[in-house]
Ligand binder design. Structure first.
Ligand code: NAI
Length: 326
């Protein structure tokens, strides 16, 4: 048996964790042995023990070990992949600054613990919100880990955009390629169909309905999270877990030939996105590395939307800088 991939999941007793752990253990990252290392806050450890009992009861052939705990440095010891899902949700009366500072404390500590304990080849995916800025905080607090090993999840938005486009055009999701989410994982995100393809043809041309793109598609994708809370009475969890798996699998194993994926990664200034922000881009991945797709033409419509979302990211960066988190 090859050496197990050591995968840390934080917030493992939460909603997303309840779906994610079973997907990881049953082969979402490929047919390979895997060890799960699960971090929770102390009061949630008992619930997490119950989840581990269920993992045991699945008798997953590739799940070699499960470790749980509330000490980040112990849980992150030697991990090759860290999926940072646990975060502090916005509570009643909580201002944005309170939220940023509560999460800042979590991601500062976890960045430091990863820096101290993770394997040399670690890749870190942040799902917990505000994901982009949480990733920026963790990255800044892990000076020995290369910046390109951090990303924030916009794959759920990417998958939502593909699904909406498939429903509109009657195409199969398999025929839709080169979807892009630009910017922040928030309502300002910009799902871009102008570079996407359906069956090899330009998606915007196939749709042929600018009003739908502007007034229906973009807001539906950007506000899908709120629509799910409205319908389900709880935030998206299974789809977020699925997207977390998709993103990790493609990062480690490579994106498909002739296609790209959306990932929020450290900007090198490409497409005018201020350097250093963790912003979503079209990327290709290979052997655990990503590259921003270059050379796409950005028209005025797209420019304005990318700028609005990255301006929000810049504001978040200023706020966490003022809070002394980075
Ligand atoms: P949840 O509230 O059900 O679970 C979060 C878990 O994190 C809880 O069990 C909590 O005890 C744990 N936790 C809190 N602080 C922790 C810490 N310092 N260390 C370890 N664990 C800690 O939330 P759910 O639904 O699982 O969502 C998790 C996060 O994912 C939220 O921030 C949510 O907004 C975000 N999310 C992100 C999406 C994306 O596309 N990027 C999509 C959906 C959710």
């Amino acid at each position: 048996m090859s050496t197990p991939l050591k995968v840390a999941v934080t917030g493992a007793a939460g909603q997303i964790g309840y779906s994610l752990l079973f997907r990881l253990a049953s082969g979402a990252l490929g047919d390979r042995p895997i060890e799960l290392r699960l971090l929770e806050i102390t009061p949630a450890l008992k619930a997490l023990e119950g989840v581990v009992m269920e993992l045991d009861d699945c008798a997953f052939p590739n799940l070699t070990a499960v470790e749980i705990g509330d000490d980040a440095e112990k849980i992150f010891d030697g991990v090759n992949l860290a999926l940072l899902v646990g975060a502090r949700p916005r509570g009643p009366g909580m201002e944005r600054g309170d939220l940023l500072s509560a999460n800042g404390a979590i991601f500062t500590a976890q960045g430091k613990a990863l820096n101290a304990a993770a394997a040399d080849d670690v890749r870190i995916g942040v799902t917990g919100n505000p994901a982009n800025t949480n990733a920026l905080i963790a990255m800044t607090n892990a000076p020995d880990i290369p910046d390109e090993r951090f990303s924030a999840l916009t794959r759920l938005d990417h998958n939502r955009a593909i699904s909406q486009l498939a429903a509109k055009t009657g195409a199969s999701v398999n025929d839709i390629k080169k979807m892009t989410i630009w910017g922040n994982h928030s309502a300002t995100q910009y799902p871009d169909v102008f570079h996407a393809e359906i069956g090899g043809k330009n998606a915007a041309e196939v749709v042929g309905d600018q009003a739908w793109i502007e007034n229906d598609f973009i807001p539906t994708v950007a506000k899908r999270g709120a629509a799910i809370i409205d319908a389900r009475g709880a935030s998206s969890a299974a789809s977020a877990a699925s997207a977390t798996c998709d993103a990790a699998r493609d990062w480690l194993n490579g994106s498909a030939e002739g296609d790209w994926v959306s990932m929020a990664v450290r900007s090198d200034g490409s497409y005018g996105v201020p350097e250093g922000l963790i912003s979503s881009f079209p990327v290709t991945t290979k052997d655990g590395n990503w590259e921003i797709v270059q050379g796409l033409e950005i028209d005025e419509f797209s420019r304005a939307r990318i700028d609005a979302s990255t301006a929000e990211l810049a504001e978040e960066r200023t706020a966490v800088t003022e809070l002394g988190l980075i």
